[in-house]
Design a protein around this ligand. Structure first.
Ligand code: SAM
Length: 384
């Protein structure tokens, strides 16, 4: 087994769960990308075992901290099986067939993300090193996925063309069910792997506030929050997004759930511009933008953008209404997100109370020593 030596004092953080070791924390090594290496401390003692990447700033992604645990085909099979076990409860009522089977570092299988949409498993490989595991992961998805009716494995990694890895090419639209609510998902052209599974429980939680409400779903994509709101009895729902194809699916999703299309307005626009122009007021406003902070360096600018956006959104909340604000940036902590919301209230000259704080669902687990893994923030404000 090749070894890489820690030159920085990171042993405690790694042992406590942090799965990433940056290149500047290690002595030079000639290991190749995709090799399994042992990370040792300055005394040569074992700290962790993981996948090495010769180019990425993250040089090692930790797979295990147990010296006797081999990182081999059996390891991959066991990790995927354990990840599936964690999702059993979510699937047991038979009303959900779209979920994240494996959440990379959060399921102790670094770099491997698998989303399931009915019979299609979509694989996203984060970082080049985990590509070494691709064939074995695909074999396991087919084998273990048989009981779930999975017949296709499709890869959609960032910045790459999609590729069928097993079975037939996925259909243009996959009909999925989430808590009994039906959605169309386009895993080939849709955003991310096709659907924002991480908002599943927040969509459902918001329903309790939507009866007879006028709801505005900003950055609404294919209408996830909109459909849930309408099913909960909203009197009117407006979905705003800049992606026309997503909005077309939002329209179809209303029809699929036998909802009255008269009560649903779709607006293809830049959300900032639309908010600056509209004179309408809403009882519930959802703000779920794409990440504004792609890196730590971009954080100050991103927090200003979140503040300005949420201030604009607050201006369309009717007195006594609600603002549901989200951020999917891993660089924004919950504390800084809530501080930003305070500044947004100040800017909009509205006072508000936090009534719910939520995050990502149980099929997007993280390890305790890795706070960056809890990327999704969700705060519900009652606005005076
Ligand atoms: C995080 S996703 C929203 C997911 C959605 N809430 C759901 O539950 O499915 C962000 C969305 O913002 C849209 N978007 C990005 N920039 C935008 C802009 N300037 N104005 C309006 N929509 C935008 C994208 O097309 C995408 O659908």
């Amino acid at each position: 087994m090749q070894q890489v030596r820690l030159k920085k004092d990171l042993e405690r953080a790694i042992r406590a769960g942090h799965p990433w070791i940056y290149r500047d924390a290690l002595s030079a090594t000639g290991a190749a990308t995709g090799t399994v290496v042992d990370v040792v401390n300055r005394h040569g003692q074992f700290v962790a075992r993981g996948l090495y990447d010769a180019k990425s700033p993250i040089a090692v992604r930790v797979a295990t901290r147990v010296e006797s645990e081999a990182v081999d085909d059996q390891f991959i099979a066991a990790r995927l099986s354990s990840a599936l076990g964690l999702r059993k409860r979510l699937l047991e009522d038979g009303k959900t067939n779209a979920f994240r089977w494996c959440s990379g570092e959060g399921d102790f299988l670094p770099g491997i993300v698998v989303d399931v949409y009915a019979g299609v498993a979509v694989l996203r490989i984060d970082g080049e090193a985990a590509r070494a595991w691709r064939d074995q992961v695909v074999r396991q998805l087919v084998e273990q996925g048989r009981s779930l009716g999975i017949t296709t494995v499709y890869e959609r990694s960032r910045g790459e063309k999609g590729e069928v890895l097993a079975g037939e090419a996925p259909p243009a639209s996959i009909e999925i069910v989430e808590h009994g609510v039906v959605f169309l998902v386009d895993v080939v052209h849709g955003q991310k792997t096709g659907f924002f599974l991480d908002q599943r429980e927040n969509r459902r939680a918001l329903q309790s506030h939507c009866k007879n409400a006028a709801v505005c779903n900003l950055f609404g994509y294919t209408g996830g929050f909109s459909v849930y709101a309408a099913l909960a009895g909203a009197k009117k729902v407006v979905t705003v997004d800049s992606a026309r194809p997503a909005l077309e699916d939002a329209k179809s999703n209303f029809a699929l759930n036998r909802l009255d299309s008269e009560k649903h307005q779709i607006v293809c626009a830049d959300a900032f511009e639309w908010l600056s122009q509209t004179t309408d007021k809403f009882d519930v406003v959802i703000v779920d933008p794409p990440s504004f902070a792609p890196s730590h360096g971009a954080l100050p600018k991103a927090l200003h953008a979140y503040r300005d956006l949420n201030a604009l959104a607050l201006s369309v909340v009717a007195p006594g209404g609600l603002l549901a604000a989200a951020s999917c940036s891993s660089h924004v902590t919950m504390a800084s997100f809530q501080s930003m919301l305070g500044l947004a209230c100040q800017k909009a000259k509205r006072s508000a109370r936090v009534i719910e704080v939520r995050g990502q669902p149980s099929d997007h687990p993280t390890v305790p020593g890795f706070v960056e893994g809890r990327y999704l923030k969700w705060v519900l404000l009652a606005v005076d």
